[in-house]
Design a protein around this ligand. Structure first.
Ligand code: ATP
Length: 232
């Protein structure tokens, strides 16, 4: 569902990604770990088509991203640390807007259901999004991903700044999406969440994926040790 082939990104003064090869299947949650500047966001941005590769290619559902920037948008949803929504619209209005941009028109009842399933409290759905907490905005982001039937979910530091309860709820939503067959690529600094929701973890260092492990083979301590070993 997601594939990188010899994907490389050279910025004017920095080789940010050095020939990444990666495949992520439907239902997988792949967590990218690594220090600041390791190349995690660059990887996500290449899959989003926000930046152009210097060499190699990124594919989503078999479609090359760089040459089909509009087509790939129909397959994916993106949740950055701060989900971009229209602050002056309510939660339900935002969901209606983003779903319709993706070609889906839902009744009010259906929209409310999507928001409820994403865990947004009923009292919030008709409030302006400008009044939402970060966790609530993340939930609207998930509701949008589900409502547009995204096959791929790209996440960049989604739990950063969430309290433990919100973070836990977010993990639960991700797990449900992966069970429904969504392929997830998540950049994170949160080893605990990576172990909890990831099916695989990849450790990035200086633009290279230096290790990839199925999370089932590691306990939380082993993951931390592995991470620290590479960061030395
Ligand atoms: N637009 C840009 N122009 C020049 N250099 C850039 C640009 N974007 C990123 N870089 C550099 O590329 C390298 C990789 O950055 P990237 O944002 O991918 O790292 P990251 O692993 O996501 O880090 P963080 O955990 O801090 O988000 C860094 O050295 C960064 O300074």
């Amino acid at each position: 569902m997601l594939e990188a082939k010899e994907l490389r990104k050279q910025y004017p003064n920095k080789l940010a990604l050095r020939g990444l090869n990666l495949q992520i299947e439907p239902g997988e949650v792949f967590c990218l770990l690594g220090q600041n500047g390791a190349g995690k966001s660059t990887t996500i941005n290449l899959f989003l088509g926000f930046v152009q590769p210097t060499a190699g290619a990124a594919y989503i559902n078999g479609v090359e991203v760089a040459s089909n920037p509009l087509k790939i948008k129909q397959y994916l949803a993106y949740i950055p640390e701060n989900v971009m929504l229209y602050a002056h619209l309510t939660g339900v209005e935002n969901l209606a807007l983003f779903s319709s941009l993706a070609g889906f028109r839902y009744s009010e009842k259906e929209l409310l259901e999507y928001l409820a399933n994403a865990g947004l409290p009923a009292e919030a759905v008709r409030r302006r999004v400008g009044t939402y907490s970060k966790g609530m905005r993340q939930k609207v982001g998930i509701a949008i991903a589900v409502a547009k039937h995204a096959k791929v979910l790209l996440l960049d530091e989604p739990t950063s700044g969430l309290d433990p309860k919100a973070s836990n709820e977010f993990s639960e939503l991700l797990r449900r999406l992966s069970q429904q067959g969504t392929a997830v690529l998540m950049a994170t600094h949160d080893l605990f969440r990576a172990k909890e929701v990831g099916t695989r973890v990849g450790i990035m260092r200086e633009g290279e994926l230096v290790d990839v492990r199925p999370t089932a083979t590691l306990n939380a301590n082993e993951l931390e040790q592995l991470y620290l070993t590479y960061m030395q």
